[in-house]
Design a protein around this ligand. Structure first.
Ligand code: NAP
Length: 313
């Protein structure tokens, strides 16, 4: 029987692990086959306090991991494949093991969304990407396209101007969803242009991507656009498939939590992007991981007290 299982190993999961380990709860972290979360896909992190010169995302996650292990957290690079929160102890399964746990912290994060169009998968890593910071530098002096109209798309487009000769933002409507300041910055940039009311229907290429098929959603016309790279920035999907039917999810699939820590199941806690459509920052995820571990500790204390009470002479 595990005292606490933490599912996920981004800033939320590993901060929960540090706090739970230091509280002598001997946490088990199911870190996932691709451990470390979204920061493993970024380059420099410049806004995490304590790193005035910035730090590479993967390096930061290795530090989080070392710190959790230093205090005794056990970290397995395996995916949780299913859970049963309908009874206690809770059950968490991986491909080859079934764990029982008194408490669980869900910190499975979110993943970038894809367009799901022909050619997208074929040219993934050969022109098509969801991570400008990871792949932008491959497209120096090239024509780069960004799809999306939100803050992420503007941020990616602005970042990509460092590399591309031109960055074209393609948005399915005629105005941006992005915040005014981000939109204004992108609109004012001499290297960025916009194609409105348009969706990408297909990625074209041979061994690498060479262009896109675009469709105007107003008049239905289609045309080809020469381009060397396509960065997709259309939001994220929370990684909650295995919790469907077990935990309350909202209409976007995020875990519902009144306080950003508790869930509809007593003893199951949540932390980080899996419950956060709004902030989605490493620092906010880490803060949530800390809170979740502290609430686990309180929950277990109350549980032990209840057991003692029940068996009191
Ligand atoms: P978002 O705000 O949900 O924007 C997603 C964009 O993608 C929207 O413009 C949407 O179009 C478009 N889109 C969605 N599905 C599409 C599809 N299948 N085909 C074409 N376009 C599609 O997501 P986000 O930009 O990732 O931002 C999420 C949150 O993080 C926001 O609250 C944002 O403010 C925040 N954020 C902040 C910063 C910052 O402040 N520096 C940076 C990044 C993110 P519609 O507009 O038509 O719906």
């Amino acid at each position: 029987m595990e005292t606490v299982i933490i599912i996920g190993s981004g800033p939320a999961g590993l901060t929960a692990a540090v706090y739970a380990a230091r509280a002598n709860l001997n946490p088990l972290v199911l870190a996932g086959g691709l451990y470390g979360g979204q920061l493993m896909l970024t380059t420099e992190v410049e806004n995490y306090p304590g790193f005035p010169d910035g730090i590479m995302g993967p390096d930061m996650m290795m530090k989080f991991r070392e710190q959790a292990e230093r205090f005794g957290a056990r970290i397995e690079n395996v995916d949780a494949t299913s859970v049963d929160f309908t009874k206690k102890p809770f059950v968490v399964r991986t491909d080859d093991t079934e764990y029982r746990a008194k408490t669980v912290i869900v910190a499975t994060g979110a993943s970038a969304r894809w367009l799901d169009i022909p050619g997208e998968e074929k040219f993934r890593g050969r022109g098509v990407s969801t991570c400008a910071t990871c792949d932008g530098a491959f497209f120096r002096e090239k024509h780069i396209v960004v799809v999306g109209g939100g803050d992420s798309a503007m941020e990616e487009a602005l970042f990509l101007t460092r590399f591309g000769t031109k960055v074209t933002v393609i948005h399915r409507r005629d105005h941006l969803r992005a915040s005014k300041i981000m939109a204004a910055r992108a609109e004012a940039h001499e290297k960025i242009d916009f194609i409105w009311n348009t969706v990408v229907e297909e990625v074209l290429g041979d061994t690498v991507m060479h262009g896109l098929v675009l469709r105007n959603v107003v008049d239905g016309s289609t045309r080809a656009l020469d381009a060397d790279a396509l960065f997709i920035a259309i939001g994220h999907t929370p990684n909650t498939a295995i919790f469907d039917g077990q935990l309350d999810l909202d209409e976007n699939g995020y875990i519902v939590s009144p306080d950003g820590v508790s869930t509809n199941i007593d003893g199951v806690f949540v932390a980080g992007d899996v419950n956060d459509l709004r902030y989605k920052q490493a620092i906010t995820a880490a803060g949530a991981g800390c809170k979740a571990a502290m609430d686990v500790e309180k929950y277990l204390e109350a549980l032990d007290f209840a057991v003692e009470e029940a068996f009191a002479p």
